[in-house]
Design a protein around this ligand. Structure first.
Ligand SMILES: Nc1ncnc2c1ncn2[C@@H]1O[C@H](COP(=O)(O)OP(=O)(O)OP(=O)(O)O)[C@@H](O)[C@H]1O
Ligand SMILES: [Mg+2]
Length: 331
């Protein structure tokens, strides 16, 4: 039987960790792990921010407090939780773009084709990811906390989000170049006319975005400062998904900090009189062996299946024990 180092082992080796991201397929325990780690770290004396944009308000649910769209709420000493209302953020953003365009071009109303374009762009699913990303970058830039725990939204597995850092950076760079060029032409044209052109608000804004992204990307890609954990369960789809994600990580030149194996049925169910439970346990055993073979080196913590959904500080502290110290031995 092998015991695992738990997140404590990882954090001891990486004391400069300031961002932790839990990724993984939907419904396996990202939010549970994010909340448990945040609680533990806060009780260790760190000033912690636990963040999510889940429209289901899963952090409100797990901390048993209404946090949605309420800003950074201190749930316990040093433990701050923020649940961003991404839809509202997108709506505000779109409104600010409308205002800027109207202001720059001195318009009373936006032309219908531009209005239509803005509306269809804001309905893109990518807008939701961008809003999440933007909120993360903004919070990190404040440097208000010792530890930021980012609970990834319940679609995709969060790895794409991390890849976005680089992609967005390049994209903003390109637009900035194009804009600079345009401005040079405008200056020439203005000189010929004998006038002067006003400061470029777009370029200013692009510069701000770029600064924020650059800083965020730097932290995200710094292995000493950012940790990525994936949550998996002893089930076929979860194993397949984790393998895919690992390949994505490699392709992006990123480092997976470790796998958290969640919802493991206790081995003493073998003695259970229930055929159903015995069968479930046998099935799990086969998948555990598969995990050991394919992904065993990455497993860092094992969390047992609890008899009810872990919620509230008291139960979360119990989950944290497993996540942090990982006393369960396997294979
Ligand atoms: N170890 C466990 N024992 C029992 N129930 C668990 C355990 N871990 C998670 N759960 C339950 O499983 C469900 C999914 O967990 P959680 O919300 O943490 O997953 P998630 O990855 O954040 O999901 P989503 O992708 O929807 O955001 C929740 O109802 C949670 O209470
Ligand atoms: Mg969740």
């Amino acid at each position: 039987l092998v015991s695992f180092g738990g997140l404590k082992g990882y954090l001891a080796k990486n004391p400069e960790t300031e961002v932790v991201i839990f990724a993984g397929k939907g419904g396996l325990g990202k939010t549970t792990c994010s909340a448990a780690l945040s609680l533990w770290a806060a009780r260790e004396g760190k000033r912690v921010l636990c963040f999510s944009t889940d429209p289901q308000a899963s952090l409100s649910d797990i901390f048993e407090q209404d946090l949605f769209g309420k800003g950074e709420v201190e749930v316990e000493k040093n433990l701050f939780v923020t649940e961003i209302d991404a839809d509202k953020r997108i709506a505000d953003y779109v409104e600010s773009i409308r205002a800027k365009i109207k202001d720059m071009y001195k318009l009373e109303e936006l032309p219908p084709e531009i209005e239509q374009y803005i509306q269809s762009a804001s309905a893109e699913p990518a807008m939701y990811e961008s809003a999440t990303y933007d909120a993360m970058a903004e919070l990190l830039a404040t440097r208000d906390y010792d530890l930021y725990v980012f609970d990834m939204p319940p679609f995709g597995h969060g790895v794409r989000m991390i890849a976005m850092a680089e992609i967005l950076g390049k994209w903003v760079e390109k637009i900035t170049d194009a804009r600079k060029q345009a401005q040079e032409y405008e200056e020439v044209a203005a000189k010929l006319r004998g006038g002067k052109i006003s400061e470029d608000k777009v370029l200013e804004e692009l510069n701000d975005i770029r600064k924020k992204l650059t800083f965020f990307t730097e932290v995200m890609l710094d292995r000493k400062r950012s940790a990525f954990f994936m949550v998996l369960t002893a089930e076929k789809l979860s194993i397949m998904d984790t393998e895919t994600a690992l390949k994505m990580f490699e392709g992006l030149g990123l480092n997976l900090s470790g796998l958290v194996l969640n919802q493991v049925y206790p081995a003493d169910l073998k003695e259970s009189p229930s055929e159903f439970l015995k069968n479930r346990l046998e099935m799990q055993e086969a998948y555990l062996q598969e995990i050991r073979k394919k992904l065993g080196d990455h497993v860092i913590s094992v969390i047992p299946m609890f008899s009810k959904e872990p919620k509230g500080l008291w139960m979360l502290a119990d989950v944290a024990k497993h996540l942090i110290n990982s006393p369960t031995r396997l294979w």
